[in-house]
Design a protein around this ligand. Sequence first.
Ligand code: NAD
Ligand code: MG
Length: 286
Amino acid sequence: MALAIPPQSQDHQPGVEKVMRPLAVHIRPDYKGSGKLEGKKALITGGDSGIGRAAALHFAREGADVSILYLDEHEDAKETVRLIEAEGRKALAIAGDVASSSFCNDAVAETVKTLGGLDIIVNNAGVQYVSEDLTDITDDVWQRHMDVNINGYFYITRAALSYLKNGSAIISTSSINAFAGNKSLVAYSTTKAAEMGFTRALALQLADKGIRVNAVAPGPVWTPLQPASWGPVDPQAVAELGSDTPMGRCGEPAELGPAYVYLASADSSFVTGQTLHVNGGKIVNG
Ligand code: NAD
Ligand code: MG
């Protein structure tokens, strides 16, 4: 079942799907929807590709209309829109930088206007720059991690909150690196841990409104982020992705999507402030 991934690299972030070898799988052809999100409206940042696209396609198959936000990967966004529409649902794609609060405000407003409401948000857009030595991290690189991975989650959630109601769900994509750390990803791990604090505190704040706030903490997953972050440093590291997990492989985005369906739907109605670890079997605290 392990993916055969040849060494490879993409030269800038965000990476793109179409040059990945092999291409990633975002939803199992035999995944059957059962109306778990019928009529819901969802917004997913970084929804053009990778884990965000997987969440988008699973939501659509479960009956939701979906708005995807992305930075500038127009081809990936177009394909995700096509795939959402092929599920018979409404799709919207909005390009821009989640590090800008005004972009986030506008994108949420456009989503609400086009889809006719908002029930689910998935904070998922992220950057990851590899550095073996803390002293090599420039102010700009450190700040970019904070701006996208933390501020972006805050701006989108703040803009969306007045539209959410009893039964709504907020889901954040964190990472195993928030729990286990990663010696080559200090800035990134810092932001992923901050997202956990955000999730837990906001869950407490919103519990009595019936708005649930949870996180998914993926292990290594085959997405454009991998060749675009590890590739420029060491293309061989891309080929070895996931070999250190108990299952000895990385995951496909299709193996993440159902976790988002669970946290977005009434199936998890008694679950808030929690984290789902979808990581190939690594035992982590929390
Ligand atoms: P991906 O490249 O498919 O998705 C990241 C997305 O973030 C991109 O599609 C891009 O459009 C968006 N993005 C980046 N900067 C942005 C900006 N400034 N404004 C708006 N959008 C921006 O890769 P992915 O692996 O699916 O990443 C999704 C999330 O999963 C990230 O938060 C990442 O940290 C997390 N994650 C990934 C893995 C993994 O192994 N792939 C593991 C743990 C956590
Ligand atoms: Mg992308």
